[in-house]
Design a protein around this ligand. Structure first.
Ligand SMILES: [Zn+2]
Ligand SMILES: [Zn+2]
Length: 375
């Protein structure tokens, strides 16, 4: 092997290893040793750099171990510091060069880390590959970003993203995000499993959310917990209460119920909220300025709610629930009237319920009810 030398030292506010995603939000300094300073010539023409450093505190090599996102990985399939060659590599943003010191953002290395090399990040060379990697990673771990925000207690990030599903920001959505965040944390402590392991068990449908309402609250539950109607991880009990139970298939779980004085809290966060809610939601006044003011107030309360202590918002109760088995993969048949494919157990004498003009169940804003005849 040819030479590997220390070309500089990292100065960071982190003196001990921390969550890499927390570390990557911070700025650090890289002090290049004087004998190598000439090598920095024209480095400012790069927006991003790849920093190669030594995991100088790592003493252990582990060829296979627990992965950050759950499950196991080989050392060459992850970024663990416990490697045969104790080398770390991180792409950082170059903010400023001051003599032989570089100010960068995004470096997940602790204070005193020896730097071995610096290379420019060149989009034309590196990016196409990275895009493929990002895609491959997303396919493997579609909820990685949400897991990360859960792990970092990034409530603002979770609510911001949940808004993409829900369509607006409101205290209900925010309550669903908070109920999921605190409920899943408590369930993970209760069962002695990490949050990612909770959602990431051996099969599908391991984590369930049993909701007692379908409202704004429910979209916060679906987004953060990943339990949805579509993946059968969501069970609906038509009770009309702002409450949800997170549990595993064996029924062991935590019920999270909203305290009854929610509106008192909303009004404390924005004194306009109740008045606007009454005008728009109760009295159906949807005039433009009023609606805008209501949306702004709902968003303000929604985000401010993230700061309220969990005990003021919810009660948490450990429970054991009786649960249905995995959703059966039912066969489907063809309706003899309309020729469309129908789940067989939804048919009556060879017809779909629509063609048979039979009653069926509807779930809408007022809960579950029976639709007597097909229109
Ligand atoms: Zn809403
Ligand atoms: Zn039919």
């Amino acid at each position: 092997m040819s030479a590997i030398v220390e070309i500089g030292i990292i100065e960071s506010r982190f003196t001990e290893p921390a969550d890499p995603f927390v570390m990557r939000k911070e700025e650090s300094l890289i002090h290049i040793h004087p004998e190598f300073a000439e090598g920095l010539y024209d480095i400012e023409s790069n927006g991003y750099l790849q920093i190669i450093f030594n995991f100088h505190r790592a003493r252990e090599v582990r060829l296979k171990g627990q992965w950050y996102y759950g499950g196991e990985k080989g050392v060459f399939a992850c970024r663990s510091p416990k490697r045969p060659s104790a080398i770390g590599l991180t792409t950082v943003e170059l903010l400023e060069r001051n003599g032989s010191t570089l100010r960068v953002r995004g470096l997940d290395a602790i204070d005193g880390t020896p730097v071995l090399d610096i290379k420019p990040y060149i989009p034309e060379v590196d990016r196409a590959v990275l895009d493929q990697e990002v895609h491959a990673f997303t396919v493997q771990e579609p909820r990685a970003q949400i897991q990360r925000m859960l792990g970092m207690k990034d409530l603002k990030g979770l609510l911001t993203e949940a808004g993409a599903l829900h369509g607006h920001y409101c205290p209900g959505l925010s309550s669903g995000v908070l109920a999921s965040f605190y409920g899943l944390r408590r369930l993970s402590e209760h069962l002695g499993l990490s949050i990612s392991a909770l959602q990431h068990a051996d099969g599908l449908e391991e984590l369930l959310a049993v909701t007692e309402i379908n409202s704004c609250f429910l979209d916060g539950i679906q987004y953060v917990s990943g339990c949805t109607f579509g993946n059968n991880g969501l069970i609906y009990r038509d009770l009309g209460k702002t409450a949800v139970t997170f549990c595993r298939r064996d029924g062991k779980g935590i019920r999270v119920a909203a305290r009854p004085d929610a509106f008192g809290i909303y009004d404390r966060l924005d004194p306009q909220f109740s008045r606007l809610f009454t005008s728009v939601v109760i009295d159906h006044d949807r005039s433009d300025p009023l609606l805008k003011a209501f949306r702004a107030s709902a968003a303000k309360v929604g985000f401010a709610l993230l700061e309220i202590p969990q005990e003021e918002l919810f009660t948490f109760t450990p429970v054991t629930m009786g649960l249905p088995d995995y959703a059966a993969m039912d066969s489907s048949s063809i309706c003899r009237h309309c020729g469309e494919s129908v789940m067989t157990h939804k048919m009556v004498s060879g017809s779909c319920l629509s063609c048979a003009q039979a009653a069926y169940e509807v779930l809408d804003g007022s809960g579950i009810h029976t639709q007597e005849r097909t229109q």
